[in-house]
Design a binder for this molecule. Structure first.
Ligand SMILES: C[S@@+](CC[C@H](N)C(=O)[O-])C[C@H]1O[C@@H](n2cnc3c(N)ncnc32)[C@H](O)[C@@H]1O
Length: 208
């Protein structure tokens, strides 16, 4: 079992510099969303959910602008991030709604959504397999789970562990692990691309 004990940041806090940054939003818009779109297609007029919105709400914005969703809900674990995210997407009006909540135990009804998006929420979650299970539960038949993640290979690498904190659950997402968790949750993987020598993966899975 690989250890994933977090090492306190010693040089710079990479999470603070990267997560919620403009550069991160640009990477999400220019690289991640287009790839997810190629793998899984649009969700025209759909009701969608984003897990772990962060403070900028870029995923919610992309759900509407790039994927064509009609309404996007967001669930974020930390109250301060919920407040910041609401402020960041205020211009989108009633087309978005952000609530504090835990992606491992969603309050949404089963089959409530046409799509669920998760950008880098799995490797920040204490029990990421439960997040996948919950995503599958709230998808309607034919609905799709869109996921982009940094993988164990990167998150547990010495350089990254030196400058960032992640949950110490000893079970990081790998490309194969995420695909297997989707299958275990009853989803069918329709496309996956892994890049950067296995450090990053994008996957789309559908609920039969
Ligand atoms: C690395 S950030 C990614 C933020 C944004 N999605 C992005 O891609 O830039 C991970 C986010 O997931 C949130 N998160 C972690 N575990 C969560 C959980 N169990 N439920 C909801 N949000 C969670 C964190 O608070 C954080 O905002």
């Amino acid at each position: 079992m690989p250890t994933s004990r977090p090492v306190p940041p010693t040089l710079v806090d990479a999470n603070r510099l990267w997560v919620n940054s403009r550069l991160r939003a640009l990477a999400q818009r220019r690289i991640e969303a287009p790839l997810l779109l190629r793998l899984g297609g649009r969700v025209p007029g759909g009701q969608v959910l984003e897990l772990g919105t962060g403070r900028r709400g870029t995923g919610l914005r992309l759900a509407l602008e790039v994927f064509g969703a009609g309404h996007a809900d967001g669930v974020e674990r930390f109250g301060a991030s919920v407040a910041a995210c609401r402020e960041a997407v205020r211009d989108l009006g009633t087309r978005v709604d952000v609530q504090e909540g835990d992606a491992t135990s969603l309050t949404a009804a089963a089959a409530a959504y046409d799509a669920v998006f998760g950008y880098h929420v799995l490797h920040h979650s204490d029990a990421w397999r439960d997040v996948v299970r919950e995503a599958a539960r709230v998808l309607r038949p034919g609905g799709r789970f869109y996921s982009c993640e940094m993988t164990a290979r990167f998150v547990d690498s010495r350089p990254l562990r030196a400058v960032s904190r992640h949950p110490a659950d000893g079970d990081r997402p790998t490309p194969e692990g995420i695909a297997a968790a989707c299958r275990g949750a009853g989803l069918t993987v329709v496309g996956q691309q892994t890049r950067l020598a296995g450090c990053w993966t994008a996957l789309v899975a559908t609920r039969p």
